[in-house]
Write a protein that binds this ligand. Structure first.
Ligand SMILES: [Zn+2]
Length: 117
């Protein structure tokens, strides 16, 4: 033990990963794409696509061997209809989110939720 911390790149991690884990990652990415693109339909069906995306981002962090940390999530920005500032969030990834309060998914106006009445 020399106390050295080995930092693995994403490429290193992918190459060191077993095939089953890679397949799981690909599967979760397909689910993410579907949920992000069809978020309103999921919402209408009674699901919570914002929570689903968050859960999958944690699963992906686990599969990749990264710490489970919501500050490093980025897929939440890709949910269709999100009005949060993409560049601001990507610039400060790891340091908390910048939320547009009028975003139908992440803001406080709950306008998609009200449309279910
Ligand atoms: Zn948003």
């Amino acid at each position: 033990m020399n106390g050295e911390v080995k930092v693995l790149s994403v490429k290193d991690r992918w190459e060191a990963m077993d095939e089953k884990t890679r397949e799981h990652i690909k599967m979760w990415h397909k689910s993410l794409s579907l949920i992000k693109a069809n978020a309103f339909a999921y919402k209408q069906a009674g699901a919570n696509p914002v929570q689903m995306i968050e859960d999958i981002e944690f699963i992906l962090q686990m599969l990749w061997g990264f710490p489970c940390d919501a500050n490093f999530h980025s897929h939440w920005l890709d949910i269709r209809g999100c009005e949060c500032p993409r560049m601001d969030n990507m610039d400060r990834i790891g340091y908390g989110r910048v939320i547009n309060q009028s975003c139908p998914w992440h803001g406080n106006n709950e306008r998609y939720y009200e449309s279910n009445d």
